[in-house]
Design a protein around this ligand. Structure first.
Ligand SMILES: O=c1ccn([C@@H]2O[C@H](COP(=O)(O)OP(=O)(O)O[C@H]3O[C@H](CO)[C@@H](O)[C@H](O)[C@H]3O)[C@@H](O)[C@H]2O)c(=O)[nH]1
Ligand SMILES: [Mn+2]
Length: 724
């Protein structure tokens, strides 16, 4: 590499101005402080339990808001200059690409090979790339599909490069939106002919794979597939097959393509995706050993053919080149709501740029290999001389064959995962900051675009959110908690991590706060500063009421105005508000429960793979639309349904005049009613679920369980009030 001083930089970080946002952030923060201090003052006036609980919750919300401000505070963005790349490096650096799949039923091979096709076709010297597919499902269908797809890939890659196709995952390219008539080359007759030819080839490939999916399970596995004949996906030896080797070392051919199904034995924990990533790291070290690695989930095709070139700019060309350990692309979803993309970009991506970058998110991430080996990005690459530090990692991989390094016993008796020389275990999610790379700062890249398949229904979305939040809690209560890295990590970055890690914990205060208005109405007490609703005010209004009202108004107007500023509609803002409440009180609560169960040693947490649907038509989009929110029998919907029933019971109690006599004349006021109404509005998808049938309706069993819980709650409230 050349001296960065001589050439113009490959990328630049530019601060983004955000004065207005800062003012609003601080206003909200002070309103929160006022709110809970006004409650502290009123505590002495004997408002009792409800106000005390409200005080605890509000302190927690203030803390969360502080963490949020920390992320918002100093946004920055990157500009890259890929056109300068040739000045920096004569030869582009090699990159090993890892794709993971785990189950050919939940993750149809069509999706997996589309991801691979999009990666094989990126605009980068093909002989510098190697694609590795890890198949934890040990599925002959996945293998067969990959072999077939590699034949198609030869035509596809040529076609994409020749006509500069933008979306290089064929299943997306051949959707209606990319008809040849829309294409820049549309007048070109040869292009039209080629387009039709490619489409026919692709249809044929899809048909072949569909047929195989029907037949493979019934027929004997012969030829290349024989190796799968007795393989049980949970108990089998390693399979490593080089599907295509770029022997000529030529940029015109396809990159290397390798299939790996690592050994699985029932007595050895395979550590899900983290385990797969470690095997991929070792096998690739033996075969191609590229200094950079990209990992992508099977459902995350790239929609940017320049992705590798552009990311290399970020890895090589920042002023802090020596400390950039990885570049994380934001996780986006095709057919997903566009607002989520822009909002995440606006806050998370820009927000963390000034505070040592993002955490590793488990997909769409480029790493320096040595960072995974536990070396700092600026440490010398002479790995073999790093004996003590590396537990001889590199020596070992050289000595063993690829099959040995993919064996299930390979890591036994080592510190891997504990010592962070690899992807750490136990790990349901992969957000991490290994001690080995403490000072390796990452860069969030808007340029690395990988689009995944969003969970297409309510239950799948809840399972995914639950897994994420459980995994985050596992990190929070483990030695990989970034708090232990304070000193190496900037304190602001640690705070940003904490904001993410405590997702699961947020369910409890939010749940309590949601119960409070209903409790107060049923019990005829109050948790907000008093505002009299009845015609006969027993007591003077407390001026304090204006604080929560102002807070509510400012917060909502602020978030809404951000949506409008970024070009979204009020509706999309409201959908997000509503989904946030539903996710926190349902999925995150279950995440907390499953973490506690694991913590007590009662059961292990498992990685529940998300079902991927191939959305092939425009109307079947993967978006979670709360209007059409779907449910299943899973207990994850019980908390939400219970809270809703409790609110409805509370409102009914008030409207029917069944509230008990208020304690010292201080009953529930307008504040409590508004809160209860607001919650019902947020839970509108569940309200609709109560009256609908089939997958759009809440199952009868869930309703019964929730009704029992709600009844117990209401009854307890009433009887305690009667006693009072
Ligand atoms: O035993 C396993 C289980 C899963 N996977 C792979 O892990 C990836 C992610 O699984 P998925 O079910 O798609 O989870 P998502 O919730 O969609 O994934 C998000 O959340 C995960 C953490 O929970 C991250 O690892 C992913 O990168 C991130 O996209 C997929 O490629 C799977 O094939 C394996 O390789 N082996
Ligand atoms: Mn996924």
């Amino acid at each position: 590499m050349v001296n960065p001083m001589i050439f113009l930089p490959l990328c630049e970080k530019i601060a983004v101005k955000n004065t207005k946002q800062k003012i609003l952030d601080v206003t909200i923060y002070y309103s929160l402080l006022f709110l809970f201090s006004s409650i502290v003052l009123s505590l002495s006036k004997n408002h009792g339990f409800a106000r005390f609980l409200a005080f605890l919750c509000e302190s927690w919300f203030t803390f969360i808001w502080l963490l949020t401000i920390n992320i918002h505070w100093t946004p920055a963005e990157y500009k890259i200059f890929p056109e300068r790349l040739h000045e920096w490096v004569q030869d582009l650096p090699p990159v090993d690409i890892f794709v993971t799949t785990a189950d050919s039923d939940l993750e149809p091979p069509i999706i997996t090979f589309n991801t691979l096709l999009s990666l094989l076709a990126v605009d980068y010297a093909a002989h510098k790339l190697a694609c590795y597919l890890s198949d934890d499902g040990c599925s002959p269908l996945t293998f067969y599909s990959l072999v077939e797809a590699s034949k198609f890939a030869k035509l596809w890659v040529q076609f994409c490069k020749k006509y500069n196709v933008q979306v290089r995952a064929p299943f997306r390219y051949f959707l209606g939106e990319f008809m040849p008539s829309d294409h820049a080359n549309s007048c070109n007759e040869e292009f039209q002919w080629q387009w039709q030819k490619m489409k026919n080839e692709y249809d044929q490939l899809s048909r072949k794979v569909d047929d195989a999916a029907q037949n493979l399970s019934h027929c004997d596995l012969t030829g290349e597939l024989a190796i799968f004949s007795n393989a049980d996906s949970r108990n089998h030896s390693t399979i490593v097959k080089v599907i295509w080797e770029n022997k000529e070392d030529s940029s015109d051919h396809l990159p290397h393509l390798v299939y790996i199904s690592r050994e699985k034995r029932s007595q050895h924990n395979h550590h899900y995706k983290a385990g797969a990533m470690n095997v991929l790291t070792r096998v690739s070290a033996l075969m191609t050993n590229a200094p950079f690695m990209l990992n992508v989930d099977c459902d995350m095709f790239t929609n940017n053919p320049q992705v590798v070139r552009e990311t290399i700019c970020l890895l090589l060309g920042s002023k802090r080149e020596t400390v950039c350990g990885f570049v994380q692309g934001p996780q986006l979803f095709y057919d997903g709501p566009a607002d989520q993309v822009v909002i995440s970009n606006e806050y998370m991506v820009k927000g963390v740029a000034e505070i040592q970058g993002p955490p590793y998110e488990g997909t769409g991430c480029f790493h320096r290999r040595k960072v995974i080996y536990g070396l700092g990005p600026d440490e010398v690459t002479n790995l073999t001389s790093e004996k003590g530090k590396l537990a001889d990692e590199h020596e070992l991989v050289k000595e063993f064959g690829a099959c040995q390094v993919a064996a299930s016993y390979y890591e036994y008796g080592t510190n891997r995962g504990k010592k962070f020389i690899s992807y750490p275990y136990p790990n349901l999610i992969h957000l991490f900051q290994p001690h080995g790379i403490v000072d390796s700062h990452g860069v969030y890249s808007e340029f690395s675009a990988f689009l995944g398949c969003a969970p297409s229904d309510g239950p799948a979305a809840m399972i995914q959110q639950k897994r994420w939040a459980t995994g985050l809690l596992e990190i929070l209560f483990s030695i990989s908690n970034p708090i232990f890295s304070i000193g190496d990590l900037q304190s602001r970055r640690c705070l940003a991590y904490i904001w993410i890690l405590i997702w699961g914990l947020r369910s409890i205060p939010e749940l309590c706060y949601a119960i409070l208005p209903a409790y107060c109405i049923i019990y005829n007490s109050n948790f907000l500063p008093y505002f009299c609703l009845n015609c006969v005010p027993v007591q003077v209004e407390e001026p304090g009421i204006y604080i929560p009202v102002a807070l509510f108004v400012i917060y909502n107007l602020y978030t809404l105005s951000e949506y409008l500023r970024l070009g979204f509609r009020i509706r999309s803002w409201w959908i997000n508000q509503s989904m946030e409440r539903i996710t926190t009180m349902n999925a995150w609560l279950f995440a907390l429960a499953s973490f506690i169960i694991k913590f007590l040693g009662l059961s292990e947490t498992v990685f529940e793979v998300t079902q991927k649907d191939q959305s092939n038509s425009d109307n079947n989009d993967g978006t979670i639309n709360p209007e059409e929110f779907t449910f299943d029998k899973s207990p994850v919907f019980i908390p939400g349904t219970t809270i809703l029933l409790v609110q409805l019971a509370a409102l009914a109690t008030a409207l029917l005049g069944l509230q008990p006599e208020a304690h010292r004349g201080q009953g529930s006021g307008l504040g409590e009613f508004m809160c209860s109404f607001y919650l019902v509005a947020c839970f509108w998808p569940i309200v609709k679920g109560l009256f609908r049938k089939g997958k759009y309706g809440i199952p009868f069993s869930t309703m019964c369980k929730s009704a029992v819980l709600a009844f117990i709650f209401v009854h307890l409230g009433r009887s305690s009030s009667n006693m009072g």
